[in-house]
Design a protein around this ligand. Structure first.
Ligand code: DCP
Length: 135
């Protein structure tokens, strides 16, 4: 009886983990993703594979896979109205692969991507000032 109860708890825990994994995580930070990627590499002993050049090449390969989704489609309208749900899900996966390799590459190069991107947006605004709106 005690064993059966324990097994039930374990299944609940597993389902809880699955829910956690599939719940929308729209507000996740670069730092959180960075930590997950670090854990992923450590758990598999893959840190030696994550040298900057390898990560850059892997990211470019994923950009290629992303491009394939748009290839031969003609003009793609904003919102992807003509795409199936399966195509949109695939797009999300390929965009994620690019982002995850970019974050990992930044980390392995010692670049704080959040800080660098924020600074770059400021620099862009100085380089390309918005036209002043007449009232
Ligand atoms: N050495 C590796 C290999 C993979 N990944 C992670 C980062 C990417 O998010 C994803 C890439 O996995 P795959 O190489 O299997 O590529 P796809 O998921 O695109 O699969 P496929 O190329 O079969 O479509 O896995 C990683 O961190 N380090």
């Amino acid at each position: 009886m005690e064993e059966a109860k324990k097994a039930t708890t374990t299944m609940e825990e597993v389902r809880g983990e699955e829910r956690k994994e599939t719940a929308p995580a729209s507000d996740v930070s670069l730092k959180e993703l960075s930590k997950k990627l670090d854990d992923f590499a450590k758990e598999r002993d893959w840190e030696m594979h994550h040298a900057p050049r390898n990560l850059l090449l892997a990211m470019i390969a994923e950009v290629g896979e992303l491009s394939e989704l748009f290839m031969w489609k003609g003009e793609v309208t904003k919102g992807l109205k003509d795409w199936t749900e399966a195509e949109k899900e695939h797009l999300g996966e390929e965009l994620s692969d690019v982002l995850l390799y970019l974050i990992r590459l930044s980390d392995m190069c010692g670049v704080d991507l959040g800080d660098a991107a924020t600074r770059k947006i400021v620099k862009n605004a100085v380089k390309y000032p918005a036209p002043s709106k007449s009232t």
